[in-house]
Design a protein around this ligand. Sequence first.
Ligand SMILES: [Zn+2]
Length: 385
Amino acid sequence: MRLNPGYKITKMTYNGENVPFRTVDDDINGKRSTYFKLPEDLYHKTLVIEYSGFPTQGRYWADSMVQDTIDHDFISLSTSAVVPILDNYYSTHDSAVIDITLPDNLTPFLNYTQMTDFTDNGNGTKTWSAACSEFVSDFTAGYYCIDNFSIGELNIDFAYGTAYQEIVEENDIQQTIIEILTYCSQHYGELWAAENNHLLLRQESSMFGGGYALHGVSTWFEMVLAPDTLSDTDKGASATEVFIHEMIHQWWGGLGLDCAQEDLWSSEGLTVYSTYRLVKEKYGALYAQQYYVDAWKNAVDSQNRSFYNRHPEYLELLPELYHTQINSSNTSINWYQRMPLMILKSEELVGGKEKMDEILRQMYTDQDLFRENGFGYTDFCIIAD
Ligand SMILES: [Zn+2]
């Protein structure tokens, strides 16, 4: 079996009898092996494994400190940092029961489901209990607020840090989520992550550089709701619009259609264009023209007029630092402004926004074809031709 190397196994018994075991120093990705042998007769017997300690992080996660951490206000544990993973062991029924004691202000999720049954111990802690499969894929606990709401049949749990309560209210994030999910599902296809009738949207640690999606779960790192992100005007004219941008990435980006990162192509341009379309529907054509199309044109115009872009031979002569700054500013304008303008132009060329939506829907439907190399500019030209 494999267990997080931070834990020490103190005792193993099988049907009350001691079982000799051997732990080997072979740590891979936060797991360490222990070997033992059980008698042939495996039915209706109980194996007890006692262990304790503090989980350590696998080398893979060590830089970002996102997984297998226990802080006083946030806990994030992966499989083997909760229970041992037993090789050669199969079970077909959900038979496990978990009891976990935590400070009483933390809200726990077991396998992406909010735990609901608890006993208040009256000493600042609560003991949470749940029946689950014996395989724990994730245990997370934090200072969470959870809003429940639904869109038609789909029930949504939106979990965000208590520190973000005001931001969520002020920017009407809940209503925005409803509008985005409705718009994108209708235009591009159902959110892959919401195939069942339940969707958990959960804010994660700021250490996660993005988010991830699983069946019924979409997560964003903490910064998606942070004031700095919500005031980034490249992504939209208001905080609500930037949030729209971040949520549309569920369709355009690694969680949906994975895009190649080229000079003039990335998931950013598609996301900005989709944000514009949604905003146009929500706030009207004038608004969308002023804060999106005109703003893109201005940025592209000044990029075109910039001295170093007109005279690249001088760019070569600049010290590397300035060279890099100009190049990265060009990339950002290419992705956030020039590419959406280009897609808008394609919208005209293919015969209007309905036709463009058909193309976008096709791209999203075909997402599995682009898992390896990413969907690039050439792919777009082929599909839009
Ligand atoms: Zn983006």
